[in-house]
Design a protein around this ligand. Structure first.
Ligand code: NAD
Length: 358
């Protein structure tokens, strides 16, 4: 069976890691029909828009996309073309697994943490008021009348919006994920002791949803305490569910536990559509040098195989990557014990393919 998948190579290191990933995915024997499209600067040049209709149509038709990192062109009205893509397609759940593979050089042990991050609201909804703006002045008056508190004239304001509906669906998603994947515990991470209304609503909703899942344990933790505990005792964590803003930082902290951005995969998932992409950005300093680690994107590809129902191939691909890591020979400099002997992006792909064919 052929799977139609929209392929977005991206820019910076994107095309290199995407090509490496496409090669290993095809080496699993699964059939793909790729529809290659663009977003970001390349799309802007070709179509006049960084997020063209043709690209959105392709993803809506395929329902599954594999995406490399993309730089947001300046001055196009987009804060981030990646955030815009997730919001346009309502890909409300960011899923980032952080698994420590034997052979990775890190001081941490026993890390196997899934970060489920709300993707559509919170401080990243993009509702901001610039310093000196007419609307900021109106907002200052409103806040003065409503609360008696003063926002000084030289202030800029970003709104943190947390809704019950978005909180409920992300927490449900985390529990459903836990159930489907044999996980035992979901931890809601928040700062409800200070942000009583916004994070308070998230936490309250999480507690209610948790009561629907008696088979999965539930715990809650303040985000500051969670950051410390993740570093001290990462083995105590299983699935984390977080509002958008904390999810950004905590997922990167977790990537640090398992060896860095070069091996941190991810997916953005909605009810109908899923876009699989590594957690890292376009790392322009590495572009075109055959140095970038493609394992984050390969592991995102393995997540995509799972999503497509190709469980055996997904497991084989992950095992092949794990074997290349444990052998320790064909690795890029970011994860190689002796960086002087590091190999290039394409050689890593060759090594993974050799493992798949062994
Ligand atoms: P980045 O992840 O691109 O790079 C930060 C550093 O991490 C790099 O300098 C490099 O040392 C390391 N790194 C990242 N990926 C690596 C890989 N595959 N192999 C080896 N090392 C790797 O983050 P940044 O510099 O903050 O962002 C660069 C650009 O990427 C920005 O324009 C940003 O907006 C964009 N970005 C895109 C996405 C996305 O497409 N989803 C995500 C994050 C950032």
């Amino acid at each position: 069976m052929q799977h139609r998948v929209t392929l977005i190579p991206g820019d910076g290191i994107g095309p290199e890691v995407t090509e490496a990933t496409r090669r290993v995915l095809e080496a699993t024997g699964v059939g793909f029909e790729w529809d290659t499209v663009t977003i970001g600067g390349q799309a802007l040049e070709e179509t006049g828009s960084p997020l063209p209709d043709r690209t959105l149509r392709s993803i809506r038709t395929s329902k599954v996309a594999l995406k490399g990192p993309v730089t947001t062109p300046i001055g196009t009205g987009f804060r981030s073309v990646n955030v815009a893509l997730r919001q346009t397609l309502d890909l409300y759940a960011s899923v980032r697994p952080h698994k420590l593979y034997p052979g990775i050089n890190t001081p941490f042990r026993d890390v196997d943490i899934i970060v489920v991050r709300e993707n559509t609201e919170d401080l990243y909804a993009g509702i901001e008021f610039a310093r000196g703006d007419m609307f900021t002045s109106g907002l200052r008056s409103f806040v003065r009348d409503a609360t008696g508190k003063e926002i000084t004239e030289d202030s800029a304001v970003s709104l943190k919006v947390i809704s019950e509906a978005a909180s409920r669906r992300i927490v449900r998603f985390a529990f459903e994920y836990a159930r489907r994947n044999g996980r035992r515990k979901v931890t809601a991470v928040h700062k409800a002791n200070i942000l009583k209304f916004s994070d308070g609503l998230f936490l309250d909703t999480a507690r209610k949803v948790a009561r629907e899942y008696n088979d999965i344990a539930f715990s809650e933790m303040l985000v500051d305490a969670a950051c410390m505990a993740l570093v001290r005792t990462p083995r105590l964590f299983d699935v984390l569910v977080l509002p958008n803003f904390y999810g950004d930082f905590v997922s990167e902290l977790c990537a640090g536990l398992v060896g860095g951005m070069g091996i941190a995969p991810g997916a953005n998932i909605g009810d109908e559509i899923a876009v699989f992409e590594p957690a890292h950005g376009s790392a322009p300093g590495y572009a075109g040098l055959d140095k970038a680690n493609s394992m984050a994107m390969m592991l995102s590809g393995a997540m995509m195989l799972h999503y497509l129902g190709e469980k055996d191939s997904a497991d084989r691909l992950e095992a092949a990557i794990a074997e290349v890591i444990v052998e320790g020979k064909d690795l890029t400099s970011d994860v190689k014990a002796d960086p002087a002997t590091a190999v290039g992006t394409s050689r890593v792909a060759d090594a993974v393919i050799e493992q798949l064919q062994a």
